[in-house]
Structures are given as C-alpha cells and as structure tokens.
Design a protein around this ligand. Structure first.
Ligand SMILES: *[C@@H]1O[C@H](CO)[C@@H](O)[C@H](O)[C@H]1NC(C)=O
Ligand SMILES: *[C@@H]1O[C@H](CO)[C@@H](O)[C@H](O)[C@H]1NC(C)=O
Ligand SMILES: *[C@@H]1O[C@H](CO)[C@@H](O)[C@H](O)[C@H]1NC(C)=O
Ligand SMILES: *[C@@H]1O[C@H](CO)[C@@H](O)[C@H](O)[C@H]1NC(C)=O
Ligand SMILES: *[C@@H]1O[C@H](CO)[C@@H](O)[C@H](O)[C@H]1NC(C)=O
Length: 953
C-alpha cells in the first residue's frame, strides 16, 4: 500500500531551483554561433510567449509553477482541521479489501455514551450509561449495526459469526501516552529512539521516523485490548517533536497490507497532527550546564518555550504576509517564494491550530507557566501529561487558552519517583472529574506496561472515579482529545470497528481480552482463554469516598459486618460471604471474632468506637519485600536515599530511615511490614543484609520497629552486576568463592562482616537472596548452590543453602529445577514485560501466552511471593495478588493468594511469621475484598500497640 507521506506538511520541501543558470565557460570559437542561436531562440521564445503562460514572474527570475504551488500552500496554511467524520463513511480508509464482514452475537455492550435524551448534566453524573445486550455487525472496517438479534439472513453470505456468549464488549482501549515502537523492548542502545537530544527545542523531529513495527511490545500491548496509541517522543526536550496515533495491527499476520509505520496510522488522511512538549525536571537535567548551556532551571525552560514560539510566530507572520500579498498583487508580481523552513514548520502549524499539543508537566509552577505560554502565543493544549498536581489547581487549567481546558493524562498511583512526582494523589482522577475536568489514564509505555493501561483506569475507579468516567478515561476521553472522537472509543454505527470482548468486567481485577478486532479484523486465530467462572461476582462499588491520610489511633474497637477472616488464630470465620461477623479489639488486639456477645458488651461499656462494614475482610498484613522503602524517600533524589555501594557489603538496618511518605502510605494500605536491603547499583538491585521493620514506626528504636535486624543476605547477578565486578562470570564466580570460603572458615572477628553473614548462610541460619532475571543467571546460581551444598556435605554438615531468587522474570523456564532445589522466587515485578534483555523471554499472559511466570512456578511447586520492583506498588499488593487469584484458573484460593504478599515471604526466608502466631495485634480490616478493585482499608493493627482507624473525608 502506497501512501503519500509528504501529502500534508511540510507542505512541500524546499524546492530546487527549476532553471539553473549555468555559467559555462564557452570556447571563443563557439561564441558567435551561440549568439546567433540565442537571437533565433529569442524570436521563437517571443512567439511562444504569446501562447504560453509565463514561467517566470514579471519582477524576478522566479518560477511561476513554484509560486502557484506556494499559493496552494497558502490555502493549506489557512485550513482549520476538523475532527474527521465517522458516520457517513461507506468504508474505513484502513479497510483492506477481501476482509469479510463479521457478526458478533450475544454481547454485553458498553456503547460509550448514555441513552438518547440524557442531558449533559445527567450524563456527567453517569445517568443513562449501562451495559446492554445485543449484536454488533462490522463490515468494511466499520461498525455498521449495533442491535438486538441481528438477523443473519439479512447479511452477506460470507459473514463470519462470532459468539460472545454474553461476555462484555467494549471499544478498543486507547493509550494516549506511549513510546512503543520508538522505545522498543527489550531495551537495547541501538534501538533507543525516544528523545532527539541533539537540542532542547526539536519541534521538527517526528516519532514516526523511528517507529519500529518490529517492537514486539506493540503486540503485547494489543493483547491487553489496546488498539490505539499516541506514540510520543520522550520528555527529555522542552519541545520533543511530532507524535502519531497508531493502531496495533502490523503486517500480514495482523491482517494488514504491509509492515510499515504508515500502515499503522490510525487516520491515514492525517487530519490532525500531534506534538509533544515537556516542562519540569527533565530538560534542565539533560541540558543545564552552569555558565554554558540552558535550560538550567524552570526559568530557563520558560524562556526556551517563549523563544521558540516567538520564532514560530515570526515564521507564521512572514508566511501570512506573503500569502496576503500574493493574493492581492498576483503571483506574477511577487519577488520571493513563500518562506518555508522545516525547522519552524511544525511549531508554526501549532500556532495555526493544526496540531494537538500534549505537554508533560507535573507541578503547579510548570502548569501555570505553560498555561501562560498558551495565552501569550494563543494556542490550545489538549492534555497535560504526568499531570500529578493538576488536581490541586483546576482553576489554572481552566485559564488555558482555547475552547476547553486540557485533560490530565495520569497514572493511577505511580508516584514518588522524583521530586516533581512526589506530590500526587490516587484520588486525582475523582477530584478532577468532580471539578469538571477530564482524567485520562495512560501508560507512558515502557514506564508502565501499556498492556495493562485499563488496570490504571480500574484502579482510578477503585479510588472513586465514577464507573462510566473510568471507562471513558481509556476510550471516549482520549478519542475526543486526539480529535478522533467520531471514529474511536464507541460502539456505534460509523465508528472504526476496534472492539474487545473481555472475560470479565473490564474494571474488575485481571480483566483479559478474549478477542480483539482492529478495523473489523479479528487479531487472534487461537487466543489463549483464561479459565474463569463466566459471571464474575464483581459488585461495582459505588460512591467511593476519599480516605483521610492521617489515621485515628485507638486501642479498643468494635468492627461489625465482617464476611471473611484470613487469620488462622481466629477460629470463627471461614469463607461464607453471607455471614456477618463482629470483631472486638481490646488493647490493640483482636480478642474475639464471631458473635462475641460478652466481649461486645465489655467493649461497649468501655466506650469503644464501632466501624460498620458491609463486606468486611480481616487479613494478615502485607509485607513489602525487595523495595527501597525504609531506605529511600524519593527514588531519584540522592539526598533522600541510602545510596548504592557496589564495592561494600552493608546492613540495611544501619541505613534505616523511617517516617517517610512512602512508609505512611504503605501503612495506610495495609503493608505494616517491610524487608529492605541496601542497593547494589540502583533501584531493584540488592547487596548487603535486609532489615525487617514495621512501616508504622517513627524511628528504629521504637518498640517493635525492627522485627529482624538481618533477614537475608543479598547479592545481585545479571547485567547490573557488571558495574561492580566487570563481568557476569566474575560476579557468579566471586559469589561461589565467597561461599566456599565461608564453608571452610572457622570464625570471624567482626560478627557483622560480609564473611560472618556468609558463614550464617552456609550454616543455614540466614537465607541467600540473589537478584536475577535471566534463566541463565538463575541456572548459574543454582549451580553455585549445588557446589556449595556439596562442600557443606563434605564438611560433614547436613544443612543446605536456603536460596531465594528475587526478580525472576525468566524463572518459569527453570520451574522444575527450582522446585527440585527447594528454591523460592520473589517475582519482582510480578508481571514482567520484557523490559530488559535479561527478561526477554518473560510470559506476558493471555491471550498471547498460557499463564505468566507465577502460574508456572506455582504449578511446579515453587514457593512464590510478590516483590516490589518500585515503591509506589505498596498500594497495589492486594490487587496484584487478586490478579493471580482471578487468572489462576482456580489453583489458589483467596487466602493462598493473599499469602503471596505476606506469609510466603516468611516461608521463603525461613522466618517465623509472627503475624500468624500468638496474639492478633497485626491485622488489616478492609471494606470489600482486598483482592478486588475498590476495597478500602478501614483499620490497621500494626503490631506497635495501637490500631489505626482510617476515616473517610
Ligand atoms: C492493500 O493492497 C491492495 C493490493 O495491493 C490494494 O488494492 C489496496 O488498496 C490496499 N489497501 C489499503 C488499505 O492500502
Ligand atoms: C505581469 O505579466 C502578466 C502576464 O504576462 C500581465 O498580465 C501583467 O499585467 C504583468 N504585470 C505587470 C505589473 O507588469
Ligand atoms: C447469551 O449468552 C448467555 C451466557 O452464555 C446465555 O445465558 C444466553 O442464553 C445467551 N443468549 C442468547 C440469545 O443466545
Ligand atoms: C579451621 O579449624 C580447623 C581445626 O582447628 C583447622 O584444621 C583448619 O585449618 C581451620 N581452617 C581455616 C580456614 O582456618
Ligand atoms: C494452559 O495451561 C494449563 C495448565 O498447565 C493447561 O491445563 C491448559 O490446557 C493450557 N491451555 C492451553 C490453551 O494450552
């Protein structure tokens, strides 16, 4: 398929001179002949001029043809793009001839808009939205009919029929912030095309020029129901370049004509253009050099923006002046061509309203400055991305130039990773929506795996964004902001036939596509379908309120309305959801669960407060393992971090820094314990001993603050190990050497030295936790363990090294070997998406792969826990366990799923889990299942003597 790449701007490239005047040196002998010929030629020319239009203008040597072209460009410069039509098309421009029509029978459909007659006010409140049963007929790449019981005999005889069996059907998910294709996975230096860092202001570069259809992640993303993405340049530059909206169908296997970026364009006619800009930390970090180069500060960044827009404004004015003049005097009488420069063409088009601006800005000063620029230079902005602080300043957004305030493109709860991401709220979506603004959830793939961008919307729903607005945030809202709202995001006649049928409610935990259509073409021949009960019991939580950050401490409490308890010491409970139990807390301990008649009387007499739940869950607390919490407050801010020390072995307990925001949130989300070790060479690497501590403690000397000084001995293998010891083989060898030396050693002077801890490892008194992702590195570690275990046996002892793998993206490849060696795995991340070379064989799940690492490990009998690759995940341990539970085909019950984020950590490390023994003073009380979207923590017994009660605002 051929498409004119240069049909739209830059309207024409700088034209070559069409009649080059040659200055040939003529030989004297030919001179006269030439003069004579020239005279004759002039006569011919003069005659010819009578009948031919001029090829040169009157006043100069300019080409009339080019001037005419330039005048044509003037018309394009003035054109104001409109959103391309949806209804009224007979066929989708992306339709490939020969693809058959399809009838999807018996679906439960989310149309994407309320019933006819719903007012705007009602619609905003969610009135008129519902799931409706019906059939969808698609033909020529378009949705043609959405009706109850479409009669197949009325359709063409080659129609494919697909039975949805009542399952949920939505429009394809849209991710409005992706770098898929330009930041291909696994990351390789040679494939990195995200940022053009040769200059800070690069409006003239285009993400499409680096877009690789070979990025497998584009297919992985589609497997999460994402059919459309806005592929933006990165945020290293204040002005990063042009962006493109693609669909996730590539080449012949996906039903396309060819494998090309052009073929992926969602709107082949390119009605709208898109650009990425970015404020804040990045540009100053990339470019700022004192006394040499800017921007060094946000002040400099605003100057860079304003200066760029000033150039663009001059450029636009020079073009407009030329066009006005040419139209007034006629092109024969102009003495120059239309001014055209690729450098300023895109930004000129921004000022002409032809480009949808998407700007990365986190903080209030960034937002305010950028809104100022929009008013100074009169251009509108479609969305602020990474807009963490927009929820604090709706009025600033409403001051932006243009017809409608910018949307906020957000993550649900990924924050704290740098200073500008330190202030943020999981309730941002709810608050923005209540203020009349538009939240949109995005992946920033590969920052988050865009396969699960719907999960961001689902979490936002769990944090109080209304159901219809949460679905809109990844369908109709981004479609509208992309200027494609008449084509994408809804299930209505005239819309592109991008459709997903889900195995469960799309906003429930673990929702997975059963089939995906792009432009009416089914994308999977043999999709893996998860074994799930057909009807999920997803009770859509309603009116979710904001939970206050600061809890109320108490020691006596009555909790009613508990349906399930997962605490073994409390005999009552079981899994009967119909029951409604009462728990009584006295002196910070649960003393009774059941009807508790006597205890209740006493507590009431003592004036204990009551929390009344509708569907209460009491569980053991979660444990954060492998994160930086307790050793870091803001990931990228060195002053808040314990620091990496590849050369030195140290103890986490010696760097413990408590009472941080991360820890307060951990506590608020039921993570009362953490086990953290110093890093080796950056986040997600470990070296030294990990400390086990309670997240609610104010300082390390508080009673109960540290429950174990040294929980495990950590090393990191794999690529990051190279930073300290030159090669992977050297790192493996040195680990083996150290362990064998420890087997032979008799005693060590310093009880806290590396060799002393290694001695404990070979004596079986401390576990060895090795961070590694690749099956190769894990195989190497298993061989080291075998060699060391042999040496231990030769020394006449009968213990073995207790080994735990952290990371483990490819561990499933060695599931049987790990099980045989009794080695457990802390999956970190729980769901790898092949970000690094070491993770390139990771399984990304249905419909592409049958299960992920966790499924294979559990089936092989390996003990698994969920690790935290990044600290913001502390809020999500419950729902992550929920995904394993829901998508595991019944191999885990709810209690076993919860153990993935608690009890299994202790089992792996060989530690006593004191939360499961003795008095029940460590527990979490949830409203709703912690494994499902929308549950809320209401009380936390944190083992520090008090119970913290969380109230709603
Ligand atoms: C696909 O290729 C066929 C054959 O070359 C061509 O006729 C058709 O126009 C192409 N379709 C698109 C959408 O490019
Ligand atoms: C320029 O040339 C065109 C055609 O040759 C003629 O019609 C027009 O009057 C000329 N204009 C001037 C200002 O000489
Ligand atoms: C649609 O599917 C559901 C669930 O499988 C089934 O109960 C129902 O009978 C089906 N309806 C029709 C019209 O086939
Ligand atoms: C450890 O002690 C034994 C017995 O005293 C001795 O033979 C051996 O050499 C010692 N090993 C080391 C490494 O010091
Ligand atoms: C997926 O794996 C499970 C468990 O090993 C197996 O029972 C099932 O048949 C597999 N499904 C497919 C489609 O291969």
């Amino acid at each position: 398929m051929e498409r004119e790449k240069s049909e739209l701007p830059p309207y024409s490239t700088v034209a070559p001179v069409e009649w080059p005047r040659r200055h040939l040196a003529m030989r004297r002998s030919r001179g006269l002949r030439v003069v004579t010929l020239a005279f004759l030629a002039f006569i011919v020319y003069a005659q010819w001029r009578q009948i031919q239009p001029a090829t040169k203008s009157n006043t100069s040597q300019l080409s009339i043809q080019k001037l005419q072209d330039d005048l044509g460009v003037c018309a394009k410069l003035k054109s104001k793009p409109k959103d391309p039509i949806g209804a009224g098309r007979h066929r989708n421009a992306r339709y490939i001839n020969g693809h058959k029509p399809t009838l999807i029978k018996n679906a439960t459909i989310w149309v994407g808009e309320p019933a006819k007659g719903t007012s705007d006010v009602e619609s905003r409140a969610g009135v008129g939205y519902s799931w409706v049963n019906g059939d969808v007929f698609i033909e020529y790449g378009l949705i043609k009919k959405v009706e109850v019981d479409i009669d197949i005999s009325t359709l063409s005889s080659d129609t494919l029929v697909w039975n949805a069996k009542g399952r949920r059907l939505t429009s394809g998910i849209i991710d409005m912030h992706s770098h898929s294709g330009v930041d291909s996975l696994p990351e390789l230096v040679g494939n990195e095309d995200t940022n053009e860092l040769s200059d800070n202001i690069t409006p003239y570069v285009r993400s499409i020029d680096g877009l690789s259809p070979n990025d497998h992640q584009i297919e992985v993303i589609k497997s999460g129901g994402v059919t459309t993405s806005l592929v933006l340049p990165g945020s290293g530059n204040n002005i990063g370049g042009e962006a493109y909206v693609i669909k996730h169908a590539i080449g012949k296997p996906d039903g396309r004509n060819e494998t090309s970026a052009a073929d992926m364009l969602a709107d082949p006619d390119r009605n709208w253009r898109y650009i990425k800009m970015a404020c804040g930390e990045n540009a100053k970090r990339v470019y700022g050099r004192a006394g040499e180069a800017g921007p060094f500060s946000r002040l400099g960044e605003s100057w860079e923006f304003r200066h760029a827009f000033e150039q663009a404004a001059k450029y636009v004015r020079s073009q407009n002046d030329w066009c006005t003049n040419a139209e007034a005097v006629g092109i024969e009488n102009v003495d120059s061509y239309l001014p055209q420069e690729i450098e300023w063409e895109t930004l000129g088009a921004v000022l002409r309203g032809q480009v949808h601006v998407n700007t990365h800005c986190y903080t209030i000063p960034d937002l305010e400055a950028f809104v100022d620029h929009t008013n100074e230079f009169k251009f509108s902005i479609r969305a602020f991305h990474h807009a963490h602080q927009t929820y604090l300043v709706p009025e600033i957004l409403k001051r932006a130039w243009g017809d409608s305030p910018p949307a906020s493109a957000l993550f649900a709860d990924n924050m704290w990773y740098k200073a500008e991401a330190y202030i943020g709220s999981e309730y941002a979506g709810k608050i923005l929506y209540e203020n009349g603004l538009t939240p949109i959830y995005v992946s920033d793939n590969p920052v988050l795996n865009a396969q699960h961008v719907l999960f961001e919307a689902a979490k936002a729903f769990g944090y109080g964004l209304p159901y219809h607005a949460a679905l809109a945030s990844v369908t109709t809202a981004p479609a509208e902001r992309l200027g494609l709202g008449k084509r994408l995001g809804k299930i209505k006649p005239g819309f592109d036939a991008d459709i997903v049928v889900w195995d469960s409610d799309p906003l429930s935990v673990g929702a997975t596509p059963v089939q995906v259509w792009i432009d009416g073409t089914a994308q999977y021949e043999n999709p893996i379908e998860l074994v799930k009960p057909f009807e999920t019991d997803f009770d859509v939580p309603k009116d979710i309120q904001i939970t206050k950050d600061e809890p109320q401490p108490t020691s006596d409490l009555i909790i009613t309305g508990i349906s399930k308890s997962f605490i073994s010491q409390l005999s009552a409970g079981g899994n009967d959801r119909t029951q409604s139990l009462t728990a009584v807390v006295s002196n910070g301990k649960i003393t009774c669960l059941g009807s508790c008649t006597n205890e209740l009387q006493t507590a009431q007499n003592d004036g204990a407060a009551t929390i009344s739940l509708e569907n209460g869950y009491i569980t053991k607390p979660f444990t954060a393992f492998g994160s930086l919490i307790g050793l870091n407050a803001i990931d990228a801010e060195d002053v808040t971090d314990n620091g990496g020390s590849p050369e030195v072995f140290s103890r986490g307990v010696d760097g413990l820094a408590l009472d941080t925001k991360k820890l307060r949130f951990a506590h608020k989300y039921g993570v009362t314990r953490a086990i953290s070790s110093p890093t080796y060479s950056g986040a997600a690497t470990h070296q030294g001993t990990s400390v086990g501590f309670r997240t609610g403690a104010k300082h390390a000397l508080a009673k109960g603050a540290v429950f174990i000084d040294d929980a495990a001995v950590h090393y990191t293998l794999g690529v990051s190990a190279k930073s300290g010891s030159t090669s992977i083989s050297n790192a493996v060898g040195s680990l083996r050497r150290k362990l064998l030396e420890a087997v032979a050693a008799n005693s060590t002077a310093d009880a806290f030295s590396e060799s002393a801890f290694l001695k404990k490892v070979v004596e079986g008194a401390l576990p060895l936790a090795v961070t590694a992702h690749s099956a190769d590195a894990i195989a190497a570690v298993l061989k080291v363990k075998a060699a060391v275990d042999d040496a231990i046996a030769s020394a006449g002892r009968d213990n073995a090294v207790r080994l735990v793998i952290i990371g483990g993206a490819e561990s499933f490849i060695l599931a049987d070997e790990l099980a045989a060696a009794g080695v457990g795995v802390v999956l970190s991340p729980l769901f790898s998406y092949r970000t690094s070379w070491e993770q390139r064989r990771a399984l990304t799940g249905a419909p592409l792969t049958n299960g992920t690492a966790v499924d294979h490990l559990i089936e092989a009998g390996v003990t698994v826990a969920i690790g935290l690759e990044e600290d913001w995940i502390v809020r999500d341990l419950g729902v992550l366990a929920g995904i394993v539970y829901k998508n595991g085909g019944g191999k885990l019950d709810e209690g076993q799923a919860l153990d993935l984020a608690g009890a299994n950590v202790y089992k792996l490390l060989g530690l006593e889990d004191s939360a499961t023994a003795g008095d029940v003073d460590e527990f979490v009380v949830f409203e709703g299942s912690p494994l499902e979207i929308g549950s809320r923590v209401r009380a936390v017994g944190d083992g520090l003597g008090e119970v913290k009660v969380f109230e709603y605002e």
